[in-house]
Each structure stands twice: as C-alpha cells, then as structure tokens.
Design a protein around this ligand. Structure first.
Ligand code: NIG
Ligand code: FE
Length: 415
C-alpha cells in the first residue's frame, strides 16, 4: 500500500461518541437530547474535525483516499475535551496551614482578616520569579491535560502590583506558547485591595490607568475579573471598574455572590459574559442573570474546599440559565482541581441530568469563555478530544470522576 498522501486522519472506531452537539443554549437539558453515535469515528484534518460518522462509512472513504488511520483497539467513549472556565493555577506556595485551620473551625474570611488567605498567596507569588511561576503552572497544566482538560482559563490576581500582575500574565503567556493545553488568561488585579493601598477605589483607578493599558498593548489578556464581596470590592466601585474595563475593550467576568449577594446584579448591569461562584444566589439573582444573558458558572471545588453548600445549580437551570461548572483551582478555597470529579459530585447533589453536567464542562463552558470553536464533536470544531476506557458513556459520571480519559487529543494530535 502507498504511504498516506494527505494528513487527514481517521480516528476510531469508538463504541460511542457523545457529540454534545445541537444542545439548547440555556436551561434544562433532558438526557434524550444527547446525541450518542454508536460505532463511530472522527475524521480530522489540520487540527479540526472534518466528519463525524459511522466508522464503517468513514473507513471506506479513508481507504479510498488513503488517509492515515489511528485505530482504537479497545471499547472507548469519545467526548469533546473538557473546558475549565475558571482557575487561579498561576501561584506560588501552599495554603495547607489555612486549610488545617479551616477544617478545625476557623472561617475563610476570619483567616483572611488575620493575614492568611489570598494575601498569603500574594506574598509568595510576588517573591517568585517568572521562571518559577512557569514551572509551577506547567506542572498543573500537565495534570489538567492528562485528566482531559484541553482548554483552561487562568487568572492573575496574586500579584496586585503592576509588575507582579504583568509577571503572572507573562508566565501564563509563556506556558500557553509551549504547552499543548490552551490557556485563556484573565486579569484579576481586582482580587483584593493590596496591603500597600488604603483606598480600594484609588487602587482600581490605578489598575485602569496603568495596568490595563499595558495588558492591552502586550496582548496579555482580553478578559477582566473582579471579586465583589465585603472583604474585597464593593458593588459601586466594582461597577465603575468593570465599565471602564469594558470601555477599553475587555470582556468581563465577575466573582459574584460567593458569601453575600450583590455581585450578580453588578455582573448583569456590566454585561458580563459570566458570573462565577453564586453559592449565595437566590431566585432574584437568577432572574437578573437570565435577563442579561450572563452565563452562570458554579464552582463546586470551592464549596468542597471551604466545607460549604453548593451553588443552586438545579434552580439555575430551571430558571433558564446557561450553567457552566469550573474548578476554581486555587491554593486557598479550592486546592483539589479535579474538574470531572467535582462536576460529578455537584451533579449528584443537585440532581442534574447527565446531559446537563457534561454540557457544563464542555459546550456550555465554552460559552462561559465566549469560545465558539470548541466544546462539541462536530464538523469545523477543533479536534480537542478525550476518550474513556468504557463502552457506555453513563459510566463516566457514575464513577464520579475516578474513571479518567486514557487518550487525549489536542487539535487532532494525541498528547
Ligand atoms: O474564587 N473568591 C475569591 N477568590 C478565589 C480564592 C482565591 C484564594 O483563596 O486564593 C476563589 O475562591
Ligand atoms: Fe475564583
């Protein structure tokens, strides 16, 4: 046989392909809406999906045209690569001591007020060099990719000076250049008022006039986030900040309603792409997010890390919201960082359908990042794919995150 003359590759056969295609943009999803193709394959060309079809049909085409074959020899289920739309994985140091204090009864906010919490990670991240941050971030990306996360948002926010925020974003940019995972950077200089500043409004003004222009100029991020909470920034100053960032062309996302409400109203008013956390949200907040088309991103890893209740995901779906689930992987409130496990646990506790949970970490997570080229297995999408060693896709959530993908492709290349 002649060698392949094209770089088209047929991957398969898969026992099942769960395409996550053609799902409703928001609101509940019945499991019947999931498209599950049996004995199917994927034809990939230049990093994108060209065809998703019955394997026999694709094999005929591939043999005729002498395409390359990547044979799958065991029963496997194929899905789109997972998307983690909210993380803080660029950091130095560990907050294991905070965690021990928390489980022994001290609250997250109490620890923060006493110099622990976010500012402890700020101190350690400021001390780290770009090279050290790159190394730490790269290791976390290796783990995420091996667990099926092919796109991952990463926030700054442990620098809180112009130079240290730029240093974090540079580290994210460097890892993104050299790692197979796609990183989506977000500026979270508005994570907390830094200790050097006494006036949070003046600090935010400085971020707008000094830091954001440099981020723009250097192309380091196109998204801006803020933590709206009593211990961080208040609603009024947050809205001003977000509108100024929006005016500069940044997309907006918000840490909202984690402990108290208010943030989701600002997210809706500022026209944010997503509002994240939402543990404290109720009917009123859900209605506001719905009216403004804001994606609701819930973070079960923060609930698990803080030993608190989950965000009301079921209510959010029934209220018509587009629900995404992300890890919030960070050194403080969410040290675990296992997206599939956390989604499975939240789904079980909140009574989400399999379709709703899987959509929240694929197709709907893509919406939370305003990405249209990924999140489903269909023609034209990036060939970001993961395969689980099972013949039945229901095993994936049933095993609550312990069944991991054993094959991961980024843009058609197995990694
Ligand atoms: O999303 N809520 C604020 N920020 C992070 C926690 C960061 C930290 O504790 O270091 C969060 O949970
Ligand atoms: Fe967060």
């Amino acid at each position: 046989m002649k060698p392949a003359t094209s770089n088209h590759t047929l991957i398969g056969p898969f026992s099942q392909i769960v395409t996550m295609a053609e799902l409703p943009e928001a609101g509940p999803i019945a499991d019947e809406a999931l498209e599950v193709l049996e004995n199917a394959g994927v034809l990939v060309h230049e990093g994108r999906i060209v065809l998703v079809e019955s394997y026999d049909k694709l094999l005929k085409i591939a043999e005729e045209k002498q395409y390359s074959l990547q044979k799958i020899e065991e029963p496997m289920v194929l899905m789109p690569g997972l998307i983690d739309s909210h993380t803080h994985i660029c950091f130095a140091g560990s907050r294991a001591n905070d965690y021990a204090m928390r489980v022994a009864g001290k609250s997250y906010l109490e620890i923060a007020r006493n110099g622990g919490g976010i500012l402890d990670s700020v101190r350690k991240t400021r001390e780290a060099t770009v090279v050290e941050l790159v190394d730490l971030l790269k290791k976390r990306c290796d783990r995420h990719l091996s667990e099926g996360v092919t796109t991952c948002e990463v926030k700054s926010g442990y620098g809180l000076t112009t130079d240290d925020e730029l240093k974090m974003l540079e580290a994210i940019q460097l890892v993104n250049k050299h790692h197979a995972i796609d990183l989506i950077p977000t500026c979270l200089a508005a994570h907390m008022r830094p200790p050097e500043h006494t006036d949070s409004r003046a600090y935010l003004e400085e971020v707008v006039s000094v830091l954001l222009p440099q981020i723009k100029e250097q192309g380091l991020a196109s998204r801006v986030d803020i933590f709206i909470e009593d211990t961080a920034f208040n609603e009024e100053e947050s809205l001003e900040y977000l509108l100024a960032a929006k005016e500069m062309g940044f997309e907006i996302t918000v840490h909202a309603d984690q402990f108290s409400t208010g943030g989701s109203r600002i997210a809706a008013e500022a026209g944010a792409v997503s509002a994240d956390h939402l543990e404290a949200s109720g009917d009123e907040e859900i209605a506001l997010l719905k009216a403004s088309g804001v994606v609701a991103t819930v973070l079960p890893g923060a609930s698990l890390g803080l030993g608190m209740h989950y965000a009301p995901a079921r209510k959010m779906l029934d209220g018509g919201l587009c629900l995404a689930i992300a890890t919030d992987w960070n050194p403080g409130s969410a040290p675990m960082g296992d997206l599939l496990l956390q989604a499975a646990l939240l789904g079980a506790a909140e009574k989400l359908t399999t379709a709703e949970t899987l959509a929240a970490i694929t197709a709907r997570a893509a919406k939370a990042l305003h990405l249209t080229d990924r999140g489903s297995v269909q023609k034209g999408q990036l060939a970001d794919l993961i395969a689980f060693p099972t013949a039945n896709y229901k095993e994936i959530l049933y095993q609550q995150g312990k069944l991991k993908p054993t094959k991961v492709w980024k843009q058609g290349k197995e990694v």
